[in-house]
Design a protein around this ligand. Structure first.
Ligand SMILES: [Zn+2]
Length: 186
């Protein structure tokens, strides 16, 4: 179903994909507000959002707490089935091997992502897990939806982190800047 609304206050959701990606971006910003690397995801089934999540690796102390991984697990619980047939996963950054692997295992129909990830992207950049005939499931991929906005949320986060680290280092009582200074990129 195409959800064509006029004059959406959230503005310029030119396509349904962009509309759902905006929700994923909201999740990414929620992650930044929690001092987590800002990556967000939503899972859509039959035109309806069934789960939304953001990265929570630090807070949950969980290496699997990537946005789209959490969103898929939540979607399965919401739908009452482990198979996510009929579902599309929207995520602001290209999925890693783990998350792309879960997409295979969950039998998703499609993944739409924003920014490519040159350091870990497994849906076209470093690997392409979506179309590997050796695996038992293939799925569609749409890259680059709201790419600029998705990338800039990440860039701004790391820029602010670096600035905070520099400011902390300049202070004579440096050492306890409140938060872990070694934020790794996802
Ligand atoms: Zn991942």
């Amino acid at each position: 179903m195409v959800d064509k609304r006029d004059a959406t206050p959230a503005a310029e959701a030119a396509t349904p994909d962009e509309g759902f990606m905006r929700l994923a971006l909201d999740e990414a910003r929620a992650a930044a507000a929690e001092d987590e690397v800002p990556i967000g995801a939503v899972v859509v089934c039959d035109g309806r959002v069934v789960a939304r999540a953001h990265n929570r690796r630090e807070l949950d102390e969980d290496p699997s707490a990537h946005a789209e991984f959490r969103a898929m697990v939540d979607a399965s619980r919401a739908l009452g089935r482990w198979r996510l047939t009929g579902c599309t996963v929207y995520v602001t950054l290209e999925p890693c091997l783990m998350c792309a692997g879960l997409m295979v295992n969950a039998r998703v129909d499609r993944c739409v992502y924003g920014a490519p990830d040159p350091k870990g992207g497994a849906l076209g950049t470093l690997y392409d897990v979506s179309h590997d005939a050796r695996l038992n499931h293939e799925f569609q991929v749409t890259p680059g939806v709201l790419q600029g906005e998705c990338a800039s949320v990440l860039r701004e986060f790391f820029r602010a982190k670096r600035a905070a680290r520099k400011a902390a280092a300049r202070r004579p009582d440096a050492g306890d800047a409140g938060h872990d200074a070694s934020v790794g990129e996802q």
